[in-house]
Design a protein around this ligand. Structure first.
Ligand code: NAD
Length: 495
């Protein structure tokens, strides 16, 4: 098993001095703080970038503001759609380069970078491009009677809110970045994106492609840095909306900071502790295949992944044994190795967090498989199945964001609903059954933004996605995103 050969374009790109993309230009930035970028498969530094200064953030927001009032406002809705489609074509054409860059920084399997991160970014971008010509207000007849025979009519306009600050996590930096970039541009907003400090490079390359696609200077900017740069963006008086994806604690801080800054509107896509319920009639082999695919993809570092499994008592033994057997067959290896089926965690800090959960599990739980670090360079751990120590087990309540599934038996469906809803989070859930009438009875009782049946973590651009309870505020995709990126202006006319 060997790593793929890096494209010369990737090697050249890594060697560049990195910083930001502001007002249509690559800028190394004026700060002397350099942040290293690590390859999670080796633990080695692959590149570094200049942390954004307050002046870099200000310059990006000013550029975005000019483009919002000028160049992007002058582009017709039809042409906006054409430009976004052109960007999708360019991302597709440069897909291998982008996939390699993303894999190097994030530790995402090269197969997943190609087939999901890049390929799905293209699909989502094309979907959003279609909305450019379909964003409209409504006409209505005012309801009150006239006093002196005068008449009234009214209509609404959907106006772009302005400059959007898009703050993105490290797990799907391209795809989540594209959701925000496309939502902003298609509604007529402009955007400054701040990628995670762990995955700063790929969106910089995509910003270059956006210029090639015809996105005018300033409409799409990237500033790189830590949470400090994110905070400076939120505090900026010319930012009209914050679109944040990340953890619950950071999301709460971001929401408060946005409110305090300027009553700035904020959408928050946050973490989860997502339940999957395997009912008594479940097809165990199908459920094993499904859970294997969804709970362990990208080493479990997926916000929507199931981490707590409620399995009907009659199926626990068969399910856990078959899942463990399948996990032990997975080939663990470098993210750049096309034959590897399970790669590294994304960064050293996350590795330490997951090792902490392993330690707790080894002292308090039955470990069915895994819960060990893999002895090799980089940030590798074994895929893990743990039996919960009762309904209050912290492993059923804290988001690990890793390849750890915690299983608890249940006996009846009333108890199941209580267990599934016993969480401050409400991002996703799934029900695995051959009996659709049971699934339909359960769906309305489950507190989650998305409920899947016989699958989990299946995102479609036409279907709204977002969290209920502490998993977030707002929805992406479908037509739902339009509300969050536009202001509704009401116009009334007397005649
Ligand atoms: P994180 O919250 O640590 O960081 C997210 C982003 O916020 C990064 O760019 C970071 O630099 C920035 N940031 C940190 N502090 C900030 C501050 N004070 N002000 C402004 N920005 C700040 O999250 P992470 O570790 O990068 O990502 C993992 C988390 O993201 C998990 O909890 C996961 O569930 C969640 N997530 C949610 C979704 C979703 O759609 N609901 C999708 C992917 C990931």
């Amino acid at each position: 098993m060997t790593d793929i050969q890096l494209l010369p374009a990737v090697v050249d790109f890594l060697a560049r001095p990195h910083g930001h993309f502001i007002d249509g230009q690559y800028r190394s930035g004026d700060s002397d703080r350099l942040i290293d970028v690590y390859n999670p498969s080796t633990g080695q530094v692959v590149s570094r970038f200049h942390d954004a200064s307050a002046a870099d953030v200000d310059s990006a927001v000013q550029g975005a503001r000019r483009a919002f009032k000028g160049a992007w406002a002058e582009v017709s809705p039809y042409e906006k759609g054409v430009i976004l489609n052109r960007l999708a074509d360019l991302i597709e054409a440069n897909g291998e380069e982008l996939a390699q860059l993303e894999t190097l920084c994030s530790g995402k399997s090269i197969n997943l970078s190609r087939g999901l991160e890049i390929a799905q970014s293209v699909v989502f971008l094309r979907y959003f491009a279609g909305w450019a010509t379909k964003i409209t207000g409504q006409t209505m007849t005012p309801s009150l009677p006239s006093f002196n025979g005068e008449r009234y009519t009214a209509f609404t306009l959907r106006e772009p809110v302005g400059v959007v600050a898009g703050i993105v996590p490290w797990n799907f930096s391209v795809m989540i970045g594209i959701w925000k970039i496309a939502s902003a541009l298609v509604t007529g907003c402009t955007i400054v994106v701040k990628p995670s400090e762990f995955t700063p490079l790929t969106l910089l390359r995509i910003a270059e492609l956006a210029v090639q696609a015809g996105v005018p200077a300033g409409a799409f900017n990237v500033v790189n840095g830590t949470g400090r740069a994110g905070q400076a963006l939120i505090d900026h008086c010319d930012v009209a909306k914050v679109a944040f994806t990340g953890s619950v604690p950071t999301g709460i801080a971001v929401g408060k900071a946005a409110m305090a800054a300027n009553l700035t509107r904020a959408t928050l896509e946050l973490g989860g502790k997502n339940p999957a319920a395997l009912l008594a009639d479940v097809d165990v082999d199908a459920a094993v295949a499904g859970i294997l695919q969804t709970a362990y993809v990208h080493q479990g570092q997926v916000c929507a992944s199931p981490e707590r499994l409620y399995v009907h008592r009659s199926k626990v033994e068969a399910f856990t044994q078959k899942l463990a057997a399948a996990l032990q067959q997975l080939k663990i290896g470098s993210a750049l190795d096309q034959d590897a089926q399970f790669g590294p965690l994304a960064n050293q800090a996350h590795l330490q967090k997951i090792l902490g959960y392993f330690e707790r599990a080894r002292s308090n739980n039955t470990v069915v498989c895994g819960a060990r670090q893999v002895e090799r360079p980089g940030y590798f751990v074994e895929p893990t199945v743990i039996l919960a120590n009762g309904a209050d087990d912290p492993l059923l309540h804290e988001e690990t964001f890793g390849p750890i599934v915690c299983v608890l038996p249940f006996d009846d469906e009333e108890q199941l609903v209580t267990l599934m809803n016993d969480s401050p989070f409400g991002l996703t859930a799934s029900i695995w059954t051959n009996d659709l009438s049971k699934a339909f009875r359960l769906i309305p009782q489950i507190e989650a933004g998305t409920v899947w049946v016989n699958m989990h973590t299946f995102l479609d651009p036409a279907v709204p996605f977002g969290g209920s309870k502490a998993s977030g505020v707002g929805r992406e995709f479908g037509s739902a995103f339009i509300d969050d990126y536009t202001e509704l202006k009401s116009v009334m006319i007397r005649f």
